[in-house]
Design a protein. Structure first.
Length: 173
C-alpha cells in the first residue's frame, strides 16, 4: 500500500482528481471499496470483501493503515465521505485523494475544515519521499553482479522478424 501511496503523492502522471484506488491506482469508478462495521454500529471499520471490487483487494486494518510509523510511513486509507449520499456507487474515498474529492464532488465544502484529513506532516512526507526514491534506486555502477549478463540468440531478436516479414512481402507482392 505504501508503494501505491508514493505514486499518488509523487508521480506527476497520476491524476488525483480521478481519485485513484489506494490499492491498485485504477480510477474510482473502476474500483469500488465498500466499508462496513466489524461488530455492530460501534465496531471498527473494515473493508467489505464481498461488496468491494479491486484487482488488489486485501483485508486491512484501517486503523493501522491510518497510523504513521517509521517502518510504514503511508497513511493512505479508505474513509467514508460524510457528504456523499449512501446511495452513490461508493462513498469511500482514499485519504490521499480526499482533498481532490472535495474539490470535484463538493466544491461548496470548506477545505480548511478537513485539513487533518489530507495535510501530511513533514515526517510523513519525508517517509513517503524515501519510499518513492527507494523505488527508483539504481544498483551502484561499481557493484558487479554475481551473474553474467544474459546472451540472447539473434534468432530471438525482434528486428529480424520485421526484416523477414518485409522480405516475404516483397517476394509475393
Amino acid at each position: 500500500m505504501k508503494h501505491i501511496g508514493a505514486y499518488v503523492l509523487y508521480d506527476p502522471s497520476v491524476n488525483c482528481l480521478s481519485e485513484p484506488c489506494g490499492l491498485c491506482l485504477w480510477l474510482a469508478p473502476l474500483c469500488k471499496i465498500v466499508l462496513r462495521r466489524a461488530k455492530g454500529q460501534t465496531g471498527r471499520l473494515t473493508i467489505d470483501i464481498k461488496k468491494s471490487s479491486c484487482a488488489n483487494l486485501v483485508k486491512l486494518s484501517i486503523g493501522a493503515a491510518a497510523r504513521y510509523s517509521h517502518a510504514s510511513p503511508c497513511t493512505n486509507h479508505p474513509v467514508i465521505c460524510p457528504y456523499c449520499d449512501s446511495l452513490e456507487s461508493s462513498p469511500v474515498v482514499w485519504s490521499y485523494n480526499f482533498w481532490s474529492h472535495l474539490l470535484r464532488k463538493h466544491p461548496r465544502i470548506s477545505l480548511e475544515d478537513h485539513n487533518n484529513m489530507f495535510i501530511l506532516t513533514k515526517l510523513k512526507k519525508k517517509g513517503m519521499k524515501h519510499v518513492w526514491n527507494s523505488h527508483f534506486k539504481q544498483q551502484n555502477a561499481h557493484q558487479k553482479s554475481q551473474y553474467a549478463p544474459l546472451a540472447i540468440s539473434e534468432i530471438y531478436c525482434s528486428h529480424l522478424v520485421f526484416r523477414y516479414t518485409f522480405l516475404f512481402y516483397l517476394q509475393y507482392h
